[in-house]
Design a protein around this ligand. Structure first.
Ligand SMILES: Nc1ncnc2c1ncn2[C@@H]1O[C@H](COP(=O)(O)OP(=O)(O)OP(=O)(O)O)[C@@H](O)[C@H]1O
Length: 877
């Protein structure tokens, strides 16, 4: 099973539950799979046909979804086709009957219409399973009931011995029972995975409709587009879709739109362009829902509260299906919560109406929540979340100010209580605000002592306060057949009992923007949550590796265009990031990367290797940077703000050995603890990466180790002023002996504000000797001695840990000298040594592995001085 997984999908491991489900299907048993969006349900029905060599029939609700899946499967070398009204190729039917496809998709309508003869021929050829994707559509209790799904039970009689597999991301117990019954499943194996999408960051914000907000939204979205991050903006009406689309267009943000009033063709075209990354923003109604199989959507924005929490989970679940950190934001207005009647219009029974009202109330509560959003979402779906803070939603990451609102809470609770608890929220709020509307006067509520006591605050302010009191269970909402009523719950009564008009016990509530009346923070997209989050903690790509990743994205786009397919169908972003991190130089190494399958390797492998080689060279990155086995599993959680991006263990270890244990890069590269040696350049790259991430670096020592002198520092700076800060152009500007490592160190020093004064004084003194005192042997020796001493001082300073000899000065001196990389220490080659003091040239070889390899000269003070005397022009270290 694992080799099939690797061969076709490129993955080395099954995700939780996948393997056991595949095994159960292969044993011929029915299965019900309830697992989160993006958790890998499809694989559960895609692997069995590849193992059993029989066809898997998959019922899927949308033609566009089937088309996407078929396209992606073909890219993996899997025989796949779909049957639907959109299928023009008549051969598809004949091929299907003959079992020519591993996976055969069809709509429920098509499945019910196909003649028995088709099924019996296909049965003869071999069917290994019938999967019903988005199986919640079967249930009237589901949030997406579809009549055609109900008729699928007919197939049970035709395919009596074929295992049926129902798959869905959202199913309450009732819905699960419905699916089992409707599909006449026999003792099914039921798998319920976690609903937690750890890589998603959730946030909500109220907004005011209008051009100010729209412009701010568009400005933010264009920053996503700049980063080639795909975004879906879900709207609740076609009008909103068109308005946002137009605003984007005016701002020259290339986007697509998708809603039910567009023609099928226009919708399909738009969908295709979006998945092919021809544009990065899709503005859509929920019509663009279940069928979206694009794994690299980084932002799902809801413009308006969705009709239910189930829909929200499903729609926001389109985000980050590839496991990369992604963002779900919901903007709501209070008027969204008054749409219950509209949503109830289709409900046929009182139960259905209640279900719709309950779902909308849950979504409303989610919007107004001041506690952990993830916890609320998961617990809504019946999953226990033990922590009270996920750390990856706005409520868990923003600092919360709490203030005592006991008096206002007292007024509101007392007013609601006095109104008898038979009304919605509007009446008591109107009473507080001193309304003299007919219904208030008719009920004599103008006589209540609270009438007008809250007139200085807006109705929305009081409703925002009510939301907090709901979330603390001080207030309770009840749904009748048509109306919502609000009453004071037992906790609220307890609070009221402890109050009198002159005294209320403190009640600290979170000061939300609405309660703070902070219009400035609400007049646009508000907190710019994505920007505030700072860097995402992910897989520790260095800046240069990230540059490579972006270039690889572009190259993937070109390849995909050339083959008329979507970039993600070639390989996922996750896989490309791993390629950027490791830069494989051979097919075997490329094949080892998670996500690279046989078909990809055969079709694009050589071209990709060429590209990797070329781009890595351009960026000064070494190939085969890290043994594949050392890959960290990318954390699936979105990170909150951290000072340092996380380093991979390999990078951290290298930095620690260099900085804290004082080992030279050469020793680190060949450290016995390693499975295989790595290149010195790679070690230096890791150290720089650590420096970039805020780890402390002994810059003098690093300059010394790569041979960066003050002069080359100046030269590099000068080159940068001409050609910018890209490595290759800088390198081209400089003498050949200036190495990439020197340039990288210099760039990072400039980037992190490190002064060139840290460059060991020996470099500069060495230059002085070379320039001003050439020819005077004693002075050169003196200078060289002093150079040596100060050089040793600086090195010695770093090598605290590894000093094994005695602690007296001579011992330290010897030890330090013995560690110095000495090139051409052979006294019979004075020419090389003479060259050493020619400043900019003399250090450049230090970073070359072969130079560094000739280490370990056993020395005493006397022997060094003796040895120095043999050289007219000094020596280099
Ligand atoms: N074993 C695995 N290792 C790595 N990635 C995997 C594995 N299984 C699936 N994936 C990837 O996870 C992503 C989501 O998988 P899939 O489309 O099957 O999710 P799903 O559960 O069907 O989601 P949805 O309910 O949204 O349709 C895909 O990009 C897929 O390639």
């Amino acid at each position: 099973m694992e080799s099939t997984l690797k061969q076709y999908f490129g993955f080395s491991k099954f995700r939780p539950y996948q393997k056991e489900i595949v095994e159960t299907i292969l044993q011929g048993k029915d299965c019900l799979v309830v697992m989160a969006t993006g958790s890998g349900k499809s694989l559960c029905y895609q692997v069995p046909p590849l193992i059993s060599k029989k066809t898997a029939v998959v019922i899927s609700p949308l033609i566009s979804l089937m088309q996407d899946q078929v396209m992606a499967l073909k890219q993996r070398g899997i025989g796949a086709e779909y049957l639907s009204s959109a299928q023009n190729d008549q051969n598809a039917y004949t091929n299907a009957e003959r079992g020519r496809y591993n996976i055969l998709y069809m709509t429920p309508e098509k499945a019910c219409m196909l003649p028995n003869s088709f099924w019996s021929r296909l049965l003869d050829s071999g069917i290994c399973l019938l999967a019903v994707d988005e199986a919640h559509c079967i249930s009237e209790w589901g949030h997406n009931f579809r009549v055609e799904y109900k008729q699928l039970d007919k197939l049970r009689d035709v395919l009596s011995n074929v295992p049926f597999v129902g798959l869905t991301a959202t199913a309450t117990e009732k819905v699960r029972d419905d699916i089992i019954k409707s599909l006449k499943m026999q003792f099914p194996h039921v798998t319920i995975g976690s609903f937690d999408r750890q890589n998603l960051f959730y946030s909500c914000k109220s907004f005011d409709r209008g051009s100010v907000f729209l412009n701010a939204l568009v400005a933010e979205i264009s920053t996503f587009v700049d980063k080639t991050e795909s975004t879906i903006i879900y709207c609740t009406t076609v009008k909103d879709v068109e308005e946002i689309f137009e605003t984007l267009k005016k701002s020259r943000v290339h986007a697509g739109m998708y809603h039910g009033q567009m023609s099928n063709k226009a919708r399909e075209d738009c969908h295709r362009s979006f998945i092919r990354d021809e544009f990065y923003v899709m503005v859509a109604t929920i019509a663009f829902g279940m069928g979206i199989d694009k794994p690299d959507i980084r932002h799902v924005i809801h413009y308006g509260c969705p009709k239910s929490l189930e829909s929200y989970y499903q729609e926001s679940g389109r985000c980050g299906r590839d496991g990369i950190p992604s963002f779900c934001r919901l903007y709501y207005t209070r008027s969204d919560f008054a749409k219950a009647d509209f949503y109830c219009a289709e409900a046929r029974t009182a139960d259905q109406r209640k279900a719709v009202m309950d779902s909308l109330a849950a979504a409303q509560r989610y919007c107004m929540l001041t506690t952990c959003r993830r916890k609320y979402l998961l617990e809504y779906f019946g999953e226990k979340y033990s922590s009270s803070s996920c750390g990856t939603c706005d409520n868990c990451t923003s600092s919360k100010k709490e203030i005592d609102m006991s008096r206002d809470a007292f007024l509101l609770l007392a007013c609601i209580h006095s109104c008898g608890g038979h009304w919605g929220l509007n009446i008591p709020v109107d009473v507080l605000r001193g309304s003299r509307a007919k219904r208030i006067l008719d009920a004599h509520f103008d006589k209540l002592p609270f009438h007008g006591l809250g007139k200085d605050l807006s109705a929305n302010w009081w409703k925002a306060l009510a939301s907090q009191l709901f979330s603390l269970d001080y207030l309770v909402e009840t749904f009748n057949d048509k109306y919502k009523t609000v009453r004071v719950g037992p906790k609220g009564i307890q609070f009221l009992n402890s109050c009198n008009p002159d005294y209320q016990p403190p009640l600290y509530l979170i000061l939300t923007p609405e309660l703070a009346g902070d219009d400035a923070s609400r007049d646009a997209t508000g907190d710019g949550i994505v920007n505030k989050l700072g860097q995402l903690e992910f897989d520790g790509l260095s800046q240069t590796e990230d540059e490579l990743y972006k270039m690889l994205l572009e190259e993937r786009m070109k390849l995909a265009r050339g083959h008329g397919t979507a970039p993600y169908a070639l390989c996922g972003d996750q896989t490309l990031r791993k390629i950027a991190l490791t830069r494989p130089s051979t097919r075997a190494r490329l094949a080892n990367i998670d996500g690279v399958n046989q078909h990809f390797l055969k079709t694009y492998g050589d071209r990709l290797l060429q590209i990797i080689r070329h781009l890595s060279q351009e960026l000064g990155l070494v190939l085969d940077a890290e043994p594949i086995a050392e890959f960290p599993t990318p954390p699936s959680k979105v990170a909150t703000i951290h000072k340092n991006k996380r380093l991979t263990p390999a990078k951290f270890e290298a930095w620690k050995m260099w900085q804290e244990d004082g080992l030279p890069a050469q020793k680190i590269a060949n450290h016995p603890g390693r499975a295989a040696p790595i290149k010195v350049d790679t070690v230096l790259e890791y150290i720089l990466e650590a420096g970039r991430e805020g780890c402390s670096i002994d810059w003098s020592r690093l300059c010394l180790e790569v041979g960066l002198t003050q002069e080359s520092f100046n030269n590099i700076q000068e080159a940068m002023s001409k050609v910018g800060n890209k490595l290759k152009p800088i390198k081209n500007e400089l003498p050949e002996e200036v190495s990439y490592n020197q340039i990288k160190v210099c760039l990072l020093m400039l980037e992190t504000g490190i002064s060139s004064e840290v460059i060991a004084s020996t470099h500069q003194q060495g230059c002085k000797v070379d320039n001003s005192e050439k020819g005077s042997l004693p002075s050169q020796i003196e200078a060289a001695q002093s150079n040596t001493a100060s050089l040793l001082d600086s090195v010695d300073h770093q090598m605290k840990v590894d000093i094994t000899r005695n602690n007296n000065l001579l011992g330290e001196f010897e030890d330090a000298v013995s560690r110095l990389p000495v090139e051409n220490a052979d006294p019979n080659q004075p020419g090389a040594a003479a060259d050493d003091l020619s400043c900019s040239r003399k250090r450049q070889k230090l970073d070359e592995p072969q130079a560094v390899q000739s280490v370990a000269m056993e020395a005493t003070e006397d022997s060094v001085l003796d040895w120095l005397k043999n050289f007219k022009d000094g020596v280099r270290f």
